[in-house]
Design a protein around this ligand. Structure first.
Ligand code: TXA
Ligand code: MG
Length: 321
């Protein structure tokens, strides 16, 4: 299959995407977090096609992207806390895991048969297309399963080119890491995945404590595999001293010892800005995802705000596999 890349600004881009989605085909689309591999949530062919195109080993549940809060309420039950969070953070990089509504018009493969559903209202083209479809759009990150997440049309094309008909190009992703996933649970919030909204912001908006379920707990996001986002080489985290020949992902203005021995260095944010670092993270991993690059060292990155999501992704990318 030939994969066409169209700029989002091309007047034919959205109508083409809409026609493909209505025909049950898949389209890679930009969201503010990362590029998504989008399909009609009501079409079993589309949902199964997403797993096939990504080479996903299992039927992980997918996020349903909605055009509005009312479309969200047609597929999920929002309690007061969920409503407050949606009103505060949507459209934006927050996903809520909520009880699936009994009459939700989405294919059971989209939720992997779970009694809950992950719902998010993104900014921009995906929400507009969900509106025209009249149904949520399911979209995992647009990369091959387990590999570096696509944050540009080129990165998406490297992974999924030849497998999908169309990629809409809106330049590099603004946020650069996936959405934060929250599951409201009584008087607390469970953080299933750190992401584009920092936990401090969510705690401030809700006034509720945020807990992180133990990894491997059944409640944790089923997609939270230990090894994920991985480039070909081995990754060493919190590197204070650089060893000879390492490819270095740096952060901030501190120079680690031995940096002159590095084969190459990319700095996620020379000024030490975690938002900028998040936006650059997957492009840096992709730049070092080459068969001849064996060893990647990452200098320490603070764990506050977006730093939690950045460190989570790097820890998974570094996990044994
Ligand atoms: O920013 C994002 O969230 C991107 C863009 C494209 O929207 N999407 C994304 O989707 O990251 P994906 O499929 O790569 O990750 C979705 C995560 C998975 O870890 C999955 O297990 C979890 O959401 N998830 C989905 N439904 C769930 C549910 N009912 N309960 C718990 N976790 C769920
Ligand atoms: Mg993903």
């Amino acid at each position: 299959m030939r994969t066409e890349i169209l700029p989002l600004s091309d007047p034919t881009a959205e109508p083409r995407a809409e026609a493909l989605l209505k025909a049950g085909a898949l389209v890679a689309l930009p969201t503010e977090t990362v590029y998504g591999l989008a399909g009609d949530s009501g079409s079993g062919d589309a949902v199964a096609g997403i797993f096939a195109a990504k080479g996903r080993p299992r039927f992980n549940p997918l996020i349903c992207h909605v055009a509005s809060l009312s479309m969200g309420r047609s597929i999920a039950t929002f309690d007061d806390v969920a409503l407050q969070l949606a009103r505060h953070f949507w459209p934006g990089p927050l996903t809520l895991v909520l009880p699936l509504a009994a009459d939700a018009a989405i294919h059971p493969l989209a939720t992997a048969g779970l009694p809950t559903v992950a719902v998010r209202m993104p900014r921009g083209v995906v929400a507009r297309l969900a509106g025209r479809l009249g149904r949520p759009i399911v979209a995992p990150s647009a990369n091959l399963s387990g590999r570096v997440t696509g944050t540009s049309a080129d990165a998406v094309a490297r992974g999924l080119g030849g497998r999908i008909p169309l990629i809409l190009d809106d330049g590099p992703s603004k946020v650069g890491v996936e959405s934060t996933i929250i599951r409201p649970d009584g008087d607390r919030l469970l953080l299933l995945r750190a992401g584009g909204v920092g936990r401090e912001e969510i705690a401030a908006a809700s006034g509720l404590p945020i807990e992180t379920p133990a990894s491997g707990a059944p409640i944790a996001a089923p997609g939270g595999l230990a090894s994920h986002y991985a480039p070909a080489g081995q990754i060493r985290l919190d590197a204070q001293t650089i060893e000879s020949g390492e490819f270095v992902i740096a952060f901030g203005s501190d120079t680690p010892r031995g940096l002159e021995r590095a084969a190459a260095v990319v700095n996620l944010s020379p000024s030490g800005d975690l938002t900028e670092a998040a936006a650059n993270l997957f492009a840096a991993l992709a730049a070092f995802d080459r068969p001849q690059i064996q060893r990647i060292a990452v200098t320490p990155i603070p764990r506050t705000g977006l730093g939690e999501a950045i460190n989570d992704r790097l820890t998974r990318a570094a996990a044994p596999r």
